[in-house]
Design a protein around this ligand. Structure first.
Ligand code: GLU
Length: 499
């Protein structure tokens, strides 16, 4: 175990948007660093030029910041170990690859892509051992010099030991052993001078003084090779900790890279920005991601960052895979929404409502009707994006009721429904005090006068006012929408029934 100050890194490749699995890795690194007074470094592993995705870098930075995972060193922040983009560190990789060659620990391989492919084909045909057959490893110095002199391009490969085994310790999984004969002489540096993941990752972890590597389980199989690289360089490896695999919500198979369509047709997004757009709160997603592979005490589901920080322990992260319980995330988000103040909710809703109704945020911010409805809305939301469907009637202008029959509840005649609407309109037009309570009192008195049941009056009114099956409670809705609009909508609906 190392005793130097904790330095961990999240090292995404900008080949796609930030996936919730990547966010979980970043989050555990952040928790580990922050709980140990350490440093959290963001390093961009952009050596795969073919899969480079130009928008993904910004997406990764924005998503991490939205989740509150601030980094101490990295893009837009700088730091003493930069640059933090691998594409800006090429001379370093070249230098250390050459050093390995000079030490006899790596070698130039002159095989062309076509030759390697032909070799693979033969291996497939003969169903023998797969992989590079090391033919260039055994070239004599003269043969090598001749190829170089003839200008043959080459890659640099690590000469891994042919016998023996590697045993390394993983802080989550314990001791793990790999046989060397299962390893390949992996390419470290390509013929164009760009490093492969293995070389760049190990060189950077060393020169950035990384003490612990917390990353997804899919990288476990790279460790033996990396272990040999550390040996070859004579460097001390960091502590490895491979986080458990995240499974699809149904527990079957590794979580998909793109959105998941569940058996019932519902869609589970996989990118952090999708959750942001869908109206999840960052604190809820943070809390939820903590629970994929780690638990506070086995009981408490809802806890804040400080609590997670105080309790986080890498040794308590489980090794076995865990599913992505999408429904739990929705439930958690509802809990977090209810924890914020009405004012905070109103602010958080503005961009979503603006987008849904095409109304400028400033107009919505000044909308008194919205302010009045927030307390009722607050109880009903699982995500911020649930709000537009509940209060669309505020912005509908004219309510267009497609089918007048919708205004007539069961056990009610057309004439009774029309009468209820007309009477309610007349009464509300002259009602002195305009509060949910006074509106309720007056409407209940009206129901008694009309000798109707509450549902026979409230039903037609809800449809007339909101044209929605579900809405905030009727009396606060009436109070918020305002007398003029309410009376007009009730009269309009009554007219539909008279026709
Ligand atoms: N660039 C790798 C990735 O995309 C980093 C893996 C590691 O952390 O070593 O996840």
């Amino acid at each position: 175990m190392t005793t130097s100050p904790v330095r961990v890194r999240f090292a995404p490749s900008p080949t796609g948007f930030l996936h919730v699995g990547g966010a979980r890795t970043a989050l555990f690194n952040w928790l580990f660093a922050r709980s140990r007074d350490g440093q959290f470094i963001l390093r961009i592993e952009d050596t795969d030029r073919k899969r480079y995705h130009p928008q993904s870098l910004q997406d990764i930075l924005d998503s991490l910041r939205w989740l509150g995972l601030d980094w101490d060193e990295g893009p837009e922040v700088g730091g003493p170990y930069g640059p933090y983009f691998q594409s800006q560190r090429l001379p370093l990789y070249q230098e250390w690859a050459d050093w390995l060659v000079a030490q006899g620990k790596a070698y130039h391989c002159f095989c062309t892509a076509a030759e390697v492919e032909a070799m693979r084909q033969t291996q497939r045909d003969q169903q023998g051992a797969q992989g590079y057959d090391r033919r260039c490893r055994w070239l004599t110095p003269e043969e090598r010099a001749a190829r170089q002199a003839a200008g043959h391009s080459s890659v640099i490969r690590l000469a891994v030991p042919l016998q023996g085994a590697v045993t390394f310790h993983d802080a989550i999984r314990g001791d793990i052993t790999f046989n060397n004969k299962e390893l390949q002489d992996a390419v470290l540096l390509k013929s164009d001078g760009w490093p492969t993941y293995h070389l760049a990752n190990v060189v950077d972890d060393h020169f950035m003084a990384i003490t612990h590597i917390l990353r997804g389980d899919e990288w476990l199989s790279s460790v033996p090779l990396h272990w040999h690289l550390y040996q070859a360089f004579g460097w001390q490896p960091p502590v490895w900790a491979h986080l458990p695999v995240i499974l699809n919500p149904n527990g079957q198979g590794k979580m998909k890279k793109r959105e998941i369509v569940q058996a019932d047709g519902t869609i589970v997004p996989v990118y952090v920005h999708s959750y942001r757009q869908a109206g999840y709160l960052p604190d809820a997603l943070f809390n939820f991601l903590c629970g994929i592979g780690w638990a506070l005490d086995g009981e408490t589901e809802i806890y804040d960052r400080e609590t997670a920080l105080a309790a986080f322990d890498i040794a308590k992260v489980q090794a076995s895979p865990g599913a992505f319980p999408a429904e739990k995330l929705e439930w958690m988000n509802g809990v977090y929404i209810r924890q914020i103040t009405h004012e905070a909710l109103r602010h958080a809703l503005l961009p979503h409502l603006s987008q849904a109704f095409g109304v400028p945020v400033e107009t919505l911010a000044a909308d008194e009707r919205l302010r009045l409805l927030i307390p009722d809305l607050h109880e009903r939301l699982k995500k911020l994006t649930d709000a537009p469907a509940l209060i669309g009637f505020l912005f509908a202008g004219d309510i267009a009721i497609a089918n007048p029959e919708d205004l007539i509840p069961r056990n009610t005649t057309r004439e009774q429904a029309r009468q209820a609407l007309t009477a309610a309109a007349g009464m509300l037009a002259g009602l002195e005090s305009w509060t949910p309570d006074s509106i309720e009192g007056a409407l209940r008195a009206l129901i008694a006068d009309l000798n109707l049941k509450p549902g026979q009056v409230f039903g037609p009114m809800r449809v007339a006012i909101t044209n929605q099956a579900v809405s905030p409670p009727l009396f606060s809705t009436i109070a918020a929408v305002g007398r003029e609009t309410i009376v007009a909508r009730l009269r309009q609906a009554a007219a539909l029934l008279a026709a």
